[in-house]
Structures are given as C-alpha cells and as structure tokens.
Write a protein that binds this ligand. Structure first.
Ligand code: FES
Length: 105
C-alpha cells in the first residue's frame, strides 16, 4: 500500500508522556510521546465522538475521557470497554527533529 508522508511538528513540541492533537491533511490525529517514542492514531475515539488527545495516558494505554474506554496506543487495539473497534494507527518517523506521519495515499 502506498503512503504519503506528512510533516507534523518539531519533536520537542511533544512533551514526554503526553498527547497532542494536530490537523494533518484534513484529518485530526493524536500524537503521543511515550517515553520518547512517537506514535500517531486517529484522534476520535471509535466508540463515540470524543477526542483522545483530551484523554489520559497510562503507560502505552490511552483512556478516553468520555466513557473511559481504552486503547493500546502502539497497536490501536481496544483494551478497555466499552471500546471494541480498533483505532487507526499511523507509522511515524522523526527526521532531524521533525515528526512525520505516514497515511495511506
Ligand atoms: Fe470514547 Fe465512549 S467515546 S469510550
């Protein structure tokens, strides 16, 4: 599958163990810095219309702040009810201190 690469932000904008929301090519994504590793997922919870960037990060799990469902960030797999549908994840890469994500073309 082909992908398009999108420049998102400076790595230093993402504090360790935090989540931030960005608009990337018309899509709202959440970027996570988990112990220095950068991950990206869709920002909208698959259970409802809540923004995961407003949720809580507990290790590599994000908890949605609306009904407290949870996802494993690196894989997008749901790990806490009521979430049952996986979250779309995106490959990330840091080049010269700049975070890029890759989305299906
Ligand atoms: Fe996220 Fe319900 S909207 S758990």
């Amino acid at each position: 599958m082909s992908e398009t690469c999108h420049r998102v932000c400076q790595q230093q904008e993402l504090a360790t163990n935090s989540i931030q929301q960005f608009e990337v090519d018309g899509k709202t994504v959440a970027l996570y810095n988990i112990e220095g590793a950068i991950y990206a997922t869709d920002d909208t919870c698959t259970h409802g219309l809540s923004s995961l960037s407003k949720g809580e990060l507990d290790g590599d799990v994000v908890e949605c702040n609306l009904h407290f469902g949870a996802f494993h960030v690196p894989s997008g797999k749901p790990v806490g009810a009521p979430c049952s549908v996986a979250l779309q994840t995106y490959r990330t890469e840091v080049r010269d201190g700049v975070v890029h994500i890759f989305r299906p073309a």
